[in-house]
Design a binder for this molecule. Sequence first.
Ligand SMILES: NC(=O)c1ccc[n+]([C@@H]2O[C@H](COP(=O)([O-])OP(=O)(O)OC[C@H]3O[C@@H](n4cnc5c(N)ncnc54)[C@H](OP(=O)(O)O)[C@@H]3O)[C@@H](O)[C@H]2O)c1
Length: 311
Amino acid sequence: MAESPELRTMRMPLNHGNGQMPVLGFGTLIPDAAVTRTATRDALEAGFRHFDCAERYRNEREVGEALQAGLAAGITREDLFVTTKLWNTNHRPERVEQAFNASLDRLGLRYLDLYLIHTPFAFQPGDEQDPRDRNGNVLYDNGVTLLDTWRAMEGLVDRGKCRAIGLSDISLNELLPVYESARIKPAVVQVEAHPYLPETELLKFCQEKGMLLLAFAPLGHGMRPGLLEDPVISAIAARLGKTPAQVLLAWAVQRGTAVLTTPKTPARARENFDISALPEDAFNEINRIQIRQRLNEVVKTGVPGFIAQGK
Ligand SMILES: NC(=O)c1ccc[n+]([C@@H]2O[C@H](COP(=O)([O-])OP(=O)(O)OC[C@H]3O[C@@H](n4cnc5c(N)ncnc54)[C@H](OP(=O)(O)O)[C@@H]3O)[C@@H](O)[C@H]2O)c1
């Protein structure tokens, strides 16, 4: 368990690229363009310096605008840690750099701190992000392997395009062969993780091999009923004078993961950034929660669970 009262400003070193990832990250999976701009601005003002984006969220331009405003107001680029993700329709090696450059252009940045393969599933290449046959079945691309795509990602690091690369929505079984064959080992693995889906085996593997596990949906995606109303979490929050969100985020950092959260108002941005270490008994109580629930099935099909289809 990490012992640090300053959880919120902790940075974790990456295994390549000399970068350090702030443990607390702001996620930009926000469907509305105007809300994307204001929520990203509010997150910057609250103190977030790590921003998680994706081509698939279709709002890199709005996130970029908010980041540019922060940079113009005095935040340095070196202080920011910006990630975006390669979508499933761009897995063919010849499409990787083009997709990367398009994201960089939309974000208005000169380099990325981290580029992730969004999911291990390759979809039919093209501009349609959600390609389907006439029966509604996803059109996968059998002409490319995950390792082919990984080699193209390694090329981006070689050419100084991005500082670090990693994977998302991947199981331990799928990660193992990539890890073993990779010339540049993944720096970060982003998956759903929270007390109902602790991903303990994957976390242990990542820690042994020097990869960081970056947890999404740490608040259970805000679903109710759910983690924010869990009786164990609520009782700890009441006892410690914290909110359930603060308890869940602190737990995630103390167990050694980095974490992504998506507050959409200034008050929630301040609340979610204002985390401090839980006492050991509270930390262990959360580890003993027995409920198991996956909220996002993207890991099974490559089809995003929290994004409306056709958007
Ligand atoms: N790799 C992937 O496939 C993948 C998949 C999912 C997410 N992600 C990334 O992970 C990020 C975080 O995921 P997430 O959005 O599920 O995170 P989350 O923080 O678990 O859930 C966000 C929801 O929780 C609510 N919330 C936030 N702060 C709160 C607070 N203090 N009290 C009560 N409710 C609060 C918000 O509800 P309101 O809407 O009511 O404000 C928001 O919709 C995403 O933005 C994205 O960057 C990646």
